[in-house]
Ligand binder design. Structure first.
Ligand SMILES: NC(=O)C1=CN([C@@H]2O[C@H](COP(=O)(O)OP(=O)(O)OC[C@H]3O[C@@H](n4cnc5c(N)ncnc54)[C@H](OP(=O)(O)O)[C@@H]3O)[C@@H](O)[C@H]2O)C=CC1
Ligand SMILES: CC(C)CCC[C@@H](C)[C@H]1CC=C2C3=C(CC[C@@]21C)[C@@]1(C)CC[C@H](O)C[C@@H]1CC3
Length: 597
């Protein structure tokens, strides 16, 4: 039974998204929720379900022989609510070196529990939590999911861990239940993309649109000269061999033991997956292979001649893959599912993707990570270059505008692959399952639709003066600088918030322990990276002129995609950061375009 709380009560309250309990004071109590003010440096106020608030006395009753620690023991290194944690260039390392380590083993019976209590929540305690969360977690079937090393707490922090510090406190279970709940995926109730009807429509419309755009890339929205092409003409062995060969070639490159192996974000069960990041090498090898094929006079232009057949193959391949992924996910444990793809509705779950991280070859090959960056993204560049080669062969001079746009897009893809590990924190990898949306998006939408502008410019060459071309270049450069500058600033801050290079930036604390940047790029709007990306999208389309509508599909779609993405990210962050996210929104008011939106 949760305790009754009255305003002014001294309590222990659970810091959101952690397993840490801190001293707090009750501010309000209403209908199963209690608003508490933590005794931290920022006097953070949070409203929590009452099961996460416990009277101090009750904490002691639950087995504690010494209800509270002496102030002198619990606050190390002079931590007090008014004092800031001393910035350390490598805070995490500092924490781990002086820690006590417990190794937990895979067993049914030993589902250990640990309650961490601290006098005051600090950034450091949140970091410790990230390590502490690596406890045994029991999955839906009651099996302990993994063997892990549990790093406990140092004496240099404010966290008061009874075992590490040697006090006689023993604690009872508050956490075990929560960790198990955390690793379980409940039914998806809030549906995205217009729910079942919306995803059903998108499932049908997306492939039809990709196919349609194949025939009208060089014109308006509709096919003017109707070229009859039967479905059986779209099935072509050579196209299947080219598409399949390309996919296998990229998979082989991805598996080469080259490049860094990096860890992804902590999963719900506390583990992390490893990813080999050799995408940039794959791009270089692919470009070299293309160059060699052109030099050796291999008919690379077959890609243009068989373009509709290739698009059709890509679509069918994506559908088959999505069906296989859906069937595979039916056999996987609850812990492996994505939170957004477990509605129980076949259409919705098929579209959104049920399994979060499908892997094959004994876990060595991550399908979602591979598909998001390799065959489609590098394929997009290759499609562009094949069309430019055809243009060079057929005309005396290639369309310079097409070459310029192809270079811009190569630059964008090279950047994505150079900073490949940044993708590991995107919502596609962290939240979304791998289903039809991403499979079709990665393997057909990106290579065959993102190449619209180059294909258009080859069929409709545009002549521009050198200063207009310079204007397009500058626009792309500005977009890129905003995109890259903001993404790199956030990545650097996430890697080490105490990086001296970021000392000039202001950030605000959140209840989840992580801070949010509120100055620099991230002080201008909440998604400066989307703004840069959009500017680039316009720089790629302006050279197509305004005579035909089709090439404008890309920026139009991209605005919708990014606005919707910003909305989805807002929902995730609201869950993650609670009321701190509202404070952040108050502080950084604009979503994508400063002073406009
Ligand atoms: N070409 C294309 O088709 C597409 C391109 N993109 C591009 O991919 C890139 C990644 O996009 P996406 O993952 O959607 O979004 P973001 O890179 O913007 O990531 C959002 C996350 O950043 C963190 N964050 C937000 N605000 C702050 C802040 N003020 N300080 C510190 N961290 C903050 C939060 O995560 P946390 O706090 O947990 O770190 C939030 O969930 C973008 O550059 C986007 O333009 C995206 C989609 C399609
Ligand atoms: C139209 C559908 C509803 C959605 C399709 C979505 C996909 C095409 C995109 C979802 C997120 C993407 C990202 C990228 C490419 C497009 C998809 C796959 C990037 C890899 C592009 C390069 C950036 O540097 C990183 C992007 C991450 C997200």
């Amino acid at each position: 039974m949760p305790d009754e709380h009255t305003v002014g009560d001294a309590v222990y309250a659970k810091w959101p998204q952690t397993n840490l309990w801190f001293h707090a004071t009750v501010v309000k109590s209403k209908k199963g929720y209690v608003t508490v003010r933590f005794n931290d440096e920022d006097a953070t106020v949070e409203t929590l379900p009452d099961k996460f608030v416990s009277a101090e006395g009750r904490f002691a009753r639950s087995g504690s022989k010494s209800p509270g620690r002496k102030r002198s023991r619990s606050r190390s290194r002079g931590r007090s609510p008014g004092r800031k944690v001393k910035a350390s260039p490598s805070p995490v390392k500092k924490t781990t070196t002086s820690t006590r380590t417990t190794t937990s083993t895979r067993s049914r019976s030993r589902s250990k529990t640990r309650v961490m209590r601290a006098e005051t929540p600090t950034r450091q305690s949140a970091r410790i939590q990230a390590k502490q969360i690596a406890e045994d977690v029991v999955d839906a079937n009651g099996l302990t999911l993994r063997t892990s090393t549990v790093t406990s707490v140092t004496t240099t922090t404010t966290v008061n861990n009874h075992e590490a510090s040697g006090t006689t406190t023993t604690t009872k279970t508050f956490v075990a239940e929560e960790l198990v709940q955390k690793s379980r995926v409940g039914k998806t109730t809030e549906k995205d993309f217009g729910g079942v009807i919306g995803t059903f429509v998108m499932t049908l419309v997306m492939p039809i649109f990709i196919m349609h755009a194949t025939f009208v890339a060089n014109s308006g929205w509709v096919i003017k000269e109707h070229k009859h092409i039967a479905v059986r003409d779209l099935v072509d062995r050579r196209a299947i061999a080219i598409y399949g060969g390309w996919f296998v070639f990229q998979a082989i490159l991805a598996m080469l033991p080259l490049g860094r192996v990096v860890e992804g974000v902590t999963l719900r069960n506390g583990t992390k997956l490893e990813y080999r990041c050799n995408g940039f090498i794959a791009l270089l090898v692919s470009l070299a292979a293309f160059g060699a094929a052109v030099k050796l006079k291999y008919p690379v232009t077959i890609v243009c001649d068989l373009f509709p057949q290739l698009v059709f193959t890509g679509i069918v391949f994506s559908i088959v893959l999505s069906v296989a992924l859906y069937i595979r996910a039916r056999g996987c444990s609850n812990a492996a599912l994505a939170t957004g793809g477990n509605s129980g509705n076949i259409i919705y779950d098929f579209f959104k993707g049920r399994e979060l991280n499908p892997r094959c070859f004994g876990g060595a090959f991550d399908l979602k990570f591979f598909c998001e960056l390799r065959p489609g993204l590098i394929g997009w560049v290759m499609v562009n270059f094949c069309f430019i080669s055809k243009d060079c062969l057929e005309n005396k001079y290639p369309s310079y505008a097409a070459v310029l746009v192809a270079v811009f897009q190569l630059w964008y893809v090279a950047d994505a692959l150079w900073f490949e590990e940044a993708i590991l924190t995107t919502m596609d990898i962290v939240h979304d399952g791998f289903g039809y949306m991403l499979a079709l998006g990665d393997l057909a939408w990106v290579p065959f639709l993102y190449s619209l502008q180059v294909r258009f410019l080859i069929d409709n060459p545009q002549t521009y003066s050198w200063y207009t071309l310079t204007g397009f270049f500058l626009m792309n450069l500005i977009g890129f600088l905003i995109f890259r500058g903001s993404n790199s600033q956030k990545d650097a801050f996430r890697k080490n918030p105490y990086d001296p290079a970021l000392a000039h930036l202001e950030s605000m604390p959140t209840s989840a322990g992580k801070r949010l940047l509120v100055s620099g790029w991230w002080g201008m709007c909440r998604h400066p990276n989307y703004l840069g990306d959009l500017i680039m999208a316009f720089a790629w389309t302006l050279p197509c002129g305004f005579k035909f509508a089709m090439p404008w599909f890309y920026p139009l779609y991209f605005v919708v995609l990014l606005v919707h993405r910003a909305y989805r990210d807002d929902l995730f962050c609201r869950k993650k950061y609670g009321t701190s996210w509202n404070n952040y929104r108050e502080r950084v008011k604009y979503q994508i375009i400063p002073y406009v939106y």
